[in-house]
Design a protein around this ligand. Structure first.
Ligand SMILES: Cc1ncc(COP(=O)(O)O)c(C=O)c1O
Length: 487
């Protein structure tokens, strides 16, 4: 075990060597073979620039923008850039747009929901309407903020929500309607125009969650892709979120939340003067926050520039087209949803080709994808978030996919013992004890050597058999077992 507080300090080089050693067990953040979690533009020198900028501002504190004008200036510049990318700003249909920099998509969404809730203090039991494919961060926001969630199912084939069903879900207590551009799981852009029009007609705010693709879609449109309007050009859209730490390729910790005007944003702020310390005024959830991620984002955007993002969009599109063709060419596999933007989402039509086994076989060959469990008539799938760094890897993906599919077929699907399936289907979440989860994790081979690639197909099959509440509880207990002090 590594002691974070040794009796005597360790020389800098040695500490860095230790960290490098720990990092070597991680999935590869660069190289275009990890299709989730990371966004890699594969631009020489960009990491170094971002890290230098980060170091310059790491100790700057966003608590007070008047004390650190550099932070205010860079934040305002990032907000203006995000607004411009999303169809707002001078000379557009949303000239009075304002915004804030947050730590990530989840914080942006929590704040969008909080702002909508606090705009209606007269509503005792506020409600949020979202398609069931909207990001789980909305559920987290609703849970944290005491807002009821109204989930609108999507078409299980297209994964698109029906605007009429959204309309039917709106009540007098609805404070916000939200939709995605695009959704994370399947890369589908919701019918923003229709949903925003319905919300506007009912006098309800409408948030477009463009956290995932909001920095990709506008550049893809400019290189010639056809897509419906999804941004501030759409009347009725009152707020939008876009994560810079996704397709703007900045280091982690930066998202932008935009509101069509300052009056819509006002309930986002938290100010408190009834205590003896400094008067607190926070636009976001954190109070003290580092200037590091913001400076790094600013440096990344300025260095790449508009032209740079257009080029990255071209490379990403080439990669998506190549990966989609590889899927189409593989017997038994097909695209679950059209690979229209930056996501490739595939599924299997062959009962002998188990997607969870396939994902493990791909991982064993160095290709790290994201399996997705079946959900309300939508089959299990494998998700690939595609970034510019994937382009040079595409030629090797096809053969790897064919080989992994053959290996998965040879192994056959995961077949769980009947007792385990029955337990997964019927166990009540409250019956789960840490001991039971520990035993289960061990029997599924999850207690293995750190760094050894776990075979997750069995775990995913167990989770697929369990209802969502039990899945959640299993995951909580499991992660709680992992998160223990390393004495
Ligand atoms: C559409 C969408 N919204 C919100 C989020 C949450 O973002 P974060 O992980 O930065 O909190 C994500 C993350 O993937 C996303 O894809």
């Amino acid at each position: 075990m590594i002691d974070a507080l040794p009796p005597q300090g360790i020389p800098a080089e040695q500490v860095l060597a230790e960290l490098r050693g720990l990092r070597s067990a991680d999935l590869p953040t660069h190289g275009g073979r990890l299709f989730a979690y990371v966004y890699d533009p594969a631009r020489a020198g960009l990491d170094q620039l971002a890290m230098s900028a980060y170091a310059l501002s790491a100790h700057v504190n966003g608590l007070d923008p008047t004390a650190f004008p550099s932070l205010l200036a860079t934040e305002n510049a990032l907000v203006a850039a995000a607004a411009r990318v999303l169809g707002a700003g001078p000379g557009t249909a949303a000239p009075d747009v304002v915004g804030s920099v947050t730590s990530g998509g989840t914080e942006s969404l929590i704040l969008a929901v909080k702002t909508a809730r606090d705009a209606h203090p007269e509503i005792a039991h506020p409600r949020l309407v979202i398609p069931s494919t909207a990001h789980a961060a909305f559920a987290k926001a609703a849970h944290y903020l005491g807002v009821e969630l109204d989930l609108v199912p999507v078409d299980p084939v297209t994964c698109v929500p029906d605007p009429a069903a959204v309309a039917a879900a709106i009540t007098a207590e609805t404070v916000l309607v939200a939709c995605s551009a695009p959704s994370y799981a399947h890369g589908v852009v919701d019918p923003v125009g229709q949903i925003a029009a319905i919300a506007a007609q009912r006098g309800v705010r409408c948030h477009v969650d463009a956290c995932f693709g909001g920095w990709a879609l506008p550049f893809l449109r400019r290189i010639g892709l056809d897509m419906p309007a999804f941004d501030f050009a759409v009347p009725g859209v009152t707020s939008m979120s876009v994560d810079l730490h996704k397709y703007a390729y900045t280091p982690k910790g930066v998202s932008v939340l935009l509101h069509r005007d300052a009056s819509l944003r006002r309930p986002q702020y938290f100010a408190f003067a009834d205590w003896p310390g400094y008067t607190m005024i926070n636009p976001v959830i954190s109070s003290t926050r580092s200037g590091g991620p913001i400076a790094a984002a600013f440096a990344t955007l300025r260095h790449l520039g508009d032209e740079g993002y257009l080029e990255l969009a071209r490379q990403t599109r080439d990669a998506v087209t190549g990966l989609a063709a590889a899927v189409a060419a593989t017997d038994g596999l097909r695209l679950l949803t059209p690979a229209d933007y930056t996501v490739v989402c595939l599924t299997s039509d062959d009962p002998e080709l188990d997607l969870f086994v396939l994902a493990d076989e791909l991982a064993a060959r160095g290709w790290h994808t994201q399996p997705q469990l079946p959900f309300e008539g939508i089959p299990a799938s494998i998700h690939l978030t595609v970034t510019a760094s994937v382009a040079p890897q595409v030629a090797q993906f096809g053969p790897a996919l064919a080989e992994a599919a053959a290996a998965a077929r040879a192994q056959g699907p995961v077949r769980l013992p009947e007792e385990l399936l029955a337990m997964a289907a019927h166990l009540q979440p409250d019956q789960l004890t840490p001991e039971l989860v520990g035993g289960l994790a061990e029997s599924l081979g999850l207690g293995g050597e750190p760094g050894a690639a776990p075979r997750l197909a069995v775990v995913n099959t167990v989770l697929s058999a369990a209802p969502p509440r039990l899945r959640e509880r299993l995951l909580v207990e499991f992660v709680s077992l992992l998160q223990r002090p390393s004495w």
